[in-house]
Structure formats: structure tokens, C-alpha cells
Design a protein around this ligand. Structure first.
Ligand code: C6P
Length: 404
């Protein structure tokens, strides 16, 4: 696999002044994805799932083919277990509103981890507030692992466990299979936030035994505005709809309605077929590149970054020492410099990183900082880019008035 050939597929990367290291926020898109979306609108566009004419039927077929592609990508048992959503946030909210509010009661417990993104915290705060359930946090130890004592917060009272597969700040991968087993032994369901895992590693929802698995397309080469929720079919069938309206019904009378079969029961209104087609093209692209290459490239770039950090005394790393535990995410601070300043100075050299709380404020409080800088790399980034980034970092303190 030649990195030059890969980069040639990404129009935005042709401007070599820029180094894009904010892939955990959103990835870039290859022309194969852009063309798939454009082709849909140029050749097939009509409102899917409604019309009986050729274009509408074509749009429906393209949309449903994308669903099959997502199901295969995650190794779901059936495409009926895939609900298209706007993003991971909407997918988790769907579970909170349609499962959480109906299945949790006063005194029940929801267990999440301190590593969660706000999108996997706020929905559970809402469920706890509305049902009287109690929200509990598992905290990680100095090895960035959950001890048996923390895992024992999952008890007979636990009805739902919601955990991120990969942390968007620390980059570490959590032992989802083990957590799911513990949860299932106690009769709880498991919601996996797959926003940062799906782009970087082979995910097998049956192997990890997730009851619900949420992800966003835009972090894995697909357009913004398309994501999906995987859910075991029986759960979906038993859940009431999240949103109601057109296309999710079977029959409507003046006073009542019956709903369509899953997954359409959860897809109210005109669906985002164009971007679903883009997601299918993104999956094809990722499958062609292969997760072996993706993981190896991310590990190589992270190792280079971490080794350079060792020689810069004023850099604090938040995360594991081992490159392979980072999923391309390197979170850090530079002593004496606010991360926003670090990002702005790097921006003056066209280096794009993220700075702030990364929508994980409880985690940052647990770490003991208000904000950090974060470089997040994907398989199309290069060693030369890492070198330029590190050189840029070394200039930051000088720009801000320090001697070094
Ligand atoms: N994290 C980041 O820069 P949406 O916005 O729905 O596509 O993804 C939400 C989300 C959920 N879980 C995790 C672990 C995430 O990392 C994210 C998005 C971005 O870290 C934007 S805040």
C-alpha cells in the first residue's frame, strides 16, 4: 500500500501546506466517496421509500444496499439491525429515549465510565433524571484500565452499561467484551459508543456482544450527517419509535398509528440516502485499504510522535506510553501554554490540531486539567507530517515569549 497513492485519492490533501491532525473530530473524504454521493444526486435522486417510479426505486435500492454494507462491516446478523441516524450522538439518544426511558425505573442503576464523551453522558443523565435511576461512573487506574473493584460497580441493580470502545482523549481501547459479559451476567444491556473505534479497528458487534453500538460516518471518510445504530433485533422490535412521522408507519388513522417493521420504525421522515451511499463507498475504501494497514500506519506515526515527545521536556502526555494503545490519538499539553495558544500557533503554520475539553469535561476534571491539545492521525498521514508537527511544537513556547 503506497501512502502517496492513498493521499492522491483525497483532494483536500493535495494542498501540502496543510497538516490535518484533527481526524478524531472528523476525517477527510476520498474522491470515491465524493463521487459516490455526486453520482447518487446526478443519476438516482428521488425521495426513497416512497415513489413507485424508477428513480425512487433506485434511490431506495441504493439506500438499502448501504444498510447491508454497514451490517456486513460490523458483522451484524442482519441489516434489519442497522438504523441510520445522523451521527453517533443521535444513535445514543435513540437508545436513551426509546429504550432507557421505558426500561429503567427508580432505583435502577446506569453504569458508564469516566472516559465518556458528552454524547454518552448527557443522554444517561437525562434518563436518570426522568426515571429516578442512579448514574454511576467507573474510573480507570494509572494503567488506564478499569480494576475489578471499579467493574464491580456493575451489579444486580444495573440495567444499562454505556461505555466507549476507544476514548477520544486517551485513545485507549476498553475491554468491551469483558464489560458486556459482566453486564449480561447481571441482566443489563450494553451500549457501546463506537465513534472512535469504527474508523480504526475491525469491529465485530457479535463478538463483543454489544446490545447497541453507535457510530458516525464522518469520522471514517463518509459525509457528515450519516451514522448508524446497530441494535439486536429483539431489542429494536420491543422499543417504541424515537421520532414519529412519515415513512415509519404501517397504518395511520385519525387517532392512532401502527408502525413499520424495524429498522424503518426508527427512520422517520425523508432519509439521508445520498450520504448513506457515501458511507457505503467509505466502507469499501476502508476495506480496500484494510485495517492491518490502518492500524500499522497509526501505530508508526504515534510511535514517532511519542518518541519525539520524550526529548521535549515541557510536553506532558495524557495517555499510554505504548503507541499501539493510542488509535492515532495523542493528547498533550505544553507547560506554560494554554492549548488554545498551542493550536493557534500551529495553525499559523497550517497545522490543524484540536484544543479544548474535547467534549469530555468529566474526564478532564478526573485528569486534573481544564483543557489539552490533541493531535489525531489517520492512515493517510505521513511521517514527514509528524516531523513538521513536532518541529512546529518546538517553536510554540518561543512564540509565546519563553526562552525555549
Ligand atoms: N468526538 C472529537 O473531536 P458525533 O458528534 O455524534 O459525530 O460524535 C460524538 C462522539 C461520541 N463519542 C465519542 C467517543 C466521540 O469522540 C465523539 C465525537 C469529536 O473528539 C467531536 S467532539
Amino acid at each position: 500500500m503506497d501512502i502517496k497513492d492513498i493521499r492522491a485519492d483525497f483532494p483536500i490533501l493535495s494542498d501540502e501546506r496543510y497538516i490535518y491532525f484533527d481526524n478524531a473530530a472528523t476525517s477527510q473524504r476520498p474522491r470515491q466517496v465524493l463521487e459516490a454521493v455526486a453520482d447518487f444526486y446526478k443519476t438516482t435522486n428521488a425521495n426513497p421509500l416512497r415513489g413507485l417510479y424508477e428513480w425512487s426505486v433506485g434511490a431506495t435500492e441504493a439506500y438499502e444496499k448501504a444498510r447491508v454494507k454497514v451490517a456486513q462491516f460490523l458483522n451484524a446478523e442482519s441489516e434489519t439491525e442497522i438504523v441510520f441516524t445522523r451521527n453517533a450522538t443521535e444513535a445514543i439518544n435513540l437508545v436513551a429515549y426509546s429504550y432507557g426511558l421505558y426500561n429503567l425505573h427508580e432505583g435502577d442503576e446506569i453504569v458508564i465510565s469516566i472516559m465518556e464523551h458528552h454524547s454518552n453522558i448527557l443522554p444517561w443523565q437525562m434518563v436518570a433524571e426522568k426515571t429516578g435511576a442512579v448514574l454511576k461512573y467507573m474510573e480507570y487506574d494509572e494503567k488506564l484500565e478499569f480494576s475489578d473493584e471499579e467493574l464491580s460497580k456493575i451489579t444486580d441493580k444495573t440495567k444499562l452499561v454505556a461505555v466507549t470502545y476507544v476514548s477520544n482523549v486517551l485513545g485507549v481501547t476498553n475491554p468491551i467484551r469483558k464489560i458486556a459479559k459482566l453486564a449480561h451476567e447481571k441482566g443489563a444491556v450494553v451500549v457501546v459508543d463506537g465513534a472512535q473505534s469504527t474508523p480504526h479497528k475491525k469491529v465485530d458487534v457479535r463478538d463483543i456482544d454489544a446490545d447497541f453500538y453507535a457510530f458516525s460516518g464522518h469520522k471514517m471518510l463518509a459525509p457528515m450527517g450519516i451514522g448508524a445504530l446497530y441494535a439486536k433485533k429483539k431489542l429494536l422490535e420491543d422499543m417504541p419509535p424515537f421520532l414519529t412521522g412519515g415513512e415509519m408507519i404501517e397504518l395511520v388513522t385519525r387517532d392512532s398509528a401502527t408502525y413499520a417493521e424495524v429498522p424503518h420504525k426508527f427512520e422517520a421522515g425523508t432519509v439521508n440516502a445520498g450520504d448513506a451511499v457515501g458511507l457505503a463507498a467509505a466502507i469499501d475504501y476502508i476495506n480496500d485499504v484494510g485495517f492491518d494497514f490502518i492500524e500499522a500506519q497509526e501505530k508508526k506515526l504515534t510511535a514517532l510522535t511519542l518518541s519525539a515527545f520524550k526529548d521535549i521536556p515541557y510536553v506532558t502526555l495524557y495517555g499510554a506510553e505504548e503507541a499501539e494503545r493510542h488509535s492515532g490519538i495523542v493528547t498533550f499539553n505544553i507547560e506554560g501554554c494554554h492549548p488554545h495558544d498551542v493550536s493557534s500557533v500551529l495553525d499559523s503554520e497550517h497545522i490543524c490540531i484540536r484544543a479544548g475539553h474535547h467534549c469530555a469535561q468529566p474526564l478532564l476534571k478526573y485528569i486534573g486539567v481544564n483543557a489539552t491539545a490533541r493531535a489525531s492521525m489517520y492512515f493517510y498521514n505521513t511521517e514527514e507530517e509528524v516531523e513538521r508537527f513536532v518541529e512546529g511544537l518546538k517553536r510554540v513556547r518561543g512564540w509565546l515569549g519563553y526562552d525555549v
